[in-house]
Design a protein. Structure first.
Length: 87
């Protein structure tokens, strides 16, 4: 499990009381009973934990946890790449 996966799973388990297997499964956020307030809380927690902003268009109930991890990986790799190149 990558560091990002571990940290995101930790947020989902601790903050949203999800079972660890649900937090890494293929269920959508909607299937995990996330409503719009939960989405905002999740985006805020992710930004605080990872330093990466997620906007509304990127986080919807139709996304799975795996989708969320892919989005975060892309943002982190883009951020790290820009920083490494002096940008």
């Amino acid at each position: 499990m990558s560091d990002v996966t571990t940290r995101v799973t930790g947020i989902l388990v601790k903050k949203f009381d999800l079972a660890a297997d649900a937090a890494v499964g293929g269920a959508t956020l909607e299937e995990l009973d996330f409503d719009s307030l939960n989405m905002v809380e999740l985006a805020t927690a992710l930004e605080k934990e990872l330093g990466v902003a997620i906007d509304e268009e990127e986080l919807s109930g139709e996304h799975t946890v795996a989708d969320l991890l892919s989005i975060l990986d892309g943002k982190l790799n883009g951020t790290l790449g820009a920083a490494a190149n002096g940008g």
